[in-house]
Design a protein around this ligand. Structure first.
Ligand SMILES: C[S@@+](CC[C@H](N)C(=O)[O-])C[C@H]1O[C@@H](n2cnc3c(N)ncnc32)[C@H](O)[C@@H]1O
Length: 270
């Protein structure tokens, strides 16, 4: 996919998903975010940059960890995500530098942060290597970058959502989504970007959907296919929903579903 098109799909897709994201995903993504925050071990007073911050599920926890003596910048490619997190921060009395920004082109000076974090965002970036190089550039010497992404396709039971939607738009939604989560690809990217002391950790964490509507909402409204889905007519929507439910039928659990999920986190030091 043309990188410019991918950035547009991400930007406008997540604008569509912003209002639904937390309701459908907060609980499911918590174990992955915990893993990343554990690895980051943020300290009071640190200067932290978050990429692909979304609605702030990680951001507000990071703000608490670094305390009033720390500084926080949080960026995302979607203006609706930035609007949502800015409003939430104002309501909570959290101060941070919120800005719409592509993770591949960081508008910050060299060596200006102690830690850069990115939860569940790097799979969507058109050129993840460029983003990791940018992360390293803005880190002070000794600073650390910590990332968590989805794991391998075969361990993510919801993965059929992509071909199901792609067949209906004759195009790609997230062409490289599972590439980084397979084998040691993420660690290798860290090393290639110049990081040292690279280490990674894999986490199995099933996704529990309480109902059919919960599973459908997470898949079609609150995530990366939201833009394509918003353009489907009713008949196409019904067909895609039926096909998706069929693809996760093996994971039926009472009224809902227990769908396999895997994440991988990695960190490196500048
Ligand atoms: C699954 S959400 C994760 C949000 C948040 N980090 C969390 O853990 O809840 C993915 C986010 O990545 C953002 N994103 C996608 N491509 C991006 C890019 N190239 N640069 C910055 N953010 C991007 C989306 O706008 C979306 O907010």
């Amino acid at each position: 996919m043309d990188p410019r098109l991918q950035r547009r799909v991400q930007r406008y897709g997540w604008n569509k998903a912003a209002a639904y994201y937390e309701g459908f995903w907060a609980r499911q993504l918590r174990p992955a975010q915990d893993l990343m925050l554990d690895m980051a071990a943020l300290q009071p007073g640190e200067r932290v940059l978050e990429l692909a911050c979304g609605t702030g599920l990680v951001t507000f926890r990071a703000a608490e960890a670094i305390g009033a003596s720390g500084t926080l910048a949080a960026t995302d490619i979607s203006e609706d995500m930035i609007a949502s997190i800015s409003a939430d921060a104002a309501a909570r009395g959290v101060t941070a530098d919120f800005r719409r920004m592509d993770a591949e082109a960081l508008d910050f000076p060299d060596a200006s942060f102690d830690v850069v974090i990115c939860a569940l965002g790097l799979m969507y970036v058109a050129n993840p290597s460029a983003a990791l190089q940018e992360m390293r550039r803005v880190l002070a010497p000794g600073g650390r970058a910590v990332v968590v992404i989805w794991g391998a396709r075969k361990h993510c039971g919801w993965a059929e959502i992509f071909p199901i939607v792609e067949r209906r738009i004759s195009g790609d939604v997230c062409p490289m989504f599972f590439l980084l989560g397979t084998g040691d690809a993420l660690s290798q990217e860290f090393t290639r970007a110049g990081f040292s002391s690279v280490r990674a950790s894999r986490l199995t964490s099933p996704l529990h959907y309480a109902s059919r509507d919960d599973a459908l909402g997470a898949a079609f409204l609150g995530g990366p296919v939201a833009l394509a889905y918003s353009r489907f007519d009713d008949e196409t929507r019904e067909g895609a929903q039926a096909e998706y439910l069929e693809s996760i039928a093996a994971y039926r659990d009472g009224e809902g579903y227990l769908v396999p999920g895997e994440f991988v986190a990695a960190m490196g030091v500048k």
